[in-house]
Design a protein around this ligand. Structure first.
Ligand code: ASP
Length: 344
């Protein structure tokens, strides 16, 4: 009986020109794009209705902007730039306009982009006057022979290549300024408690570091790409740079495996080589995207770090694991269906 059922199933698959496994994957939606707007202590009880609506609207707008590019047959890189611009231009996210403040009261932005079709990549770090750092990262990839540029040099390169420059005051927002004041207050409290002069190495406060943005995409040509943009962590000191602009840590894409963008406590993502680690688990240990990305987040958790990531593989499977209370995130399927989520 069991044999004959199996036989009928196989026959049906053959008649429909499907293998049993492709029959299974065809029943699932095939994704073309995923975004995140940061992971952290994001709890429904701390959210007002209007703020929640504002996040959902902006995440939806970002997904739609990216999807429009994919639909028109543009590259996954174009989709990433379009989706990330929407979030960089919004004060809601810790990237572009809404970037957090450094200890010295400045905004220092980082971004990276990677093309999975040829493993080309571009990144900028510690820039203070580039409106859309993701576009500067793309210019580094497309118009220079380098992968990463920092500070003044990156700003000069961006300006020479037609990237929009703004006065640093453009990045000032009340919400982020107050976030820095709270962090400075707590630094003072801790200084009183701590006399071993190692204060520079104290971990940052968990609740002041979410809102980085990222996007991963798979275009009609089958090319994967990933991009991440951030203001880093509130109260960062000494030119600190996190994982976002570091290829293989916060951002990675390879057509053979997966495209990844991370968010969270950057130091742990750098130490875990998080984004590349997912790709390596898929390539060498033959894991699926869900297991590989979850394992990396679990490993980061064991080290004491927190955060999340978005991943899309070459077959359009998406995974979005995180070990924080929430992560702003969303997906679009090939037929344009948008889904947005915030909490666990
Ligand atoms: N990963 C970013 C950084 O460490 C921050 C974040 O994603 O919230 O700079």
């Amino acid at each position: 009986m069991k044999n004959s059922v199996t036989y009928v199933l196989i026959l049906m698959c053959v008649m429909m020109n499907l293998t049993p496994s492709s029959a299974q994957s065809n029943s699932k939606p095939k994704y073309v794009l995923a975004i995140h707007g940061g992971a952290g202590t994001i709890l429904k009880k701390n959210m007002t209705d209007s703020l929640e609506k504002a996040y959902i609207a902006k995440l939806t707008e970002s997904l739609q902007a990216g999807y429009d590019q994919i639909k028109q047959g543009k590259s996954s890189l174009d989709a990433i730039e379009a989706a990330i611009h929407v979030m960089e231009d919004s004060p809601l996210f810790n990237a572009g306009k809404g970037a957090v403040f450094t200890n010295q009261g400045k905004n220092e932005l980082d971004a990276a982009i990677m093309d999975g079709s040829n493993l080309k990549a571009g990144a900028v770090a510690g820039v203070t006057n580039i409106k859309n750092p993701i576009s500067a990262a793309r210019a580094v990839m497309d118009k220079s022979e380098h992968v990463m540029m920092i500070g003044k040099g990156a700003e000069e390169f961006a300006q020479n290549n037609g990237i929009q420059i703004v006065d640093p005051s453009y990045f000032w927002t009340k919400q982020r300024w107050e976030g820095l004041q709270r962090a400075l207050e707590r630094d003072k409290d801790r200084a009183e408690l701590d006399h071993d002069d190692k204060k520079a190495f104290l971990p940052p406060y968990k609740d002041e570091k979410f809102g980085t943005v990222g996007c991963v995409a798979l275009d009609k040509q089958g090319n994967l790409a990933a991009g991440t943009s951030t203001g880093g962590m509130t109260n960062k000191k000494f030119g600190r740079v996190g994982d976002a602009p570091i290829i293989g840590a916060g951002t990675y894409a390879n057509n053979a495996t997966v495209a990844i963008s991370c968010t969270g406590w950057g130091e742990f993502f750098i130490r875990s080589v998080a984004a590349f680690n997912v790709s390596a688990k898929m390539q060498y240990a033959k894991m699926g995207v869900a297991k590989a990305s979850q394992e990396v987040i679990d490993e980061i958790g064991k080290l004491g770090g927190d955060g999340g990531m978005i991943a899309i593989d070459k077959n359009g499977e998406v995974a979005m694991p995180f070990n924080t209370e929430g992560m702003y995130r969303g997906t679009v399927t090939a037929d344009g269906k948008i889904t947005v989520e915030i909490y666990k």
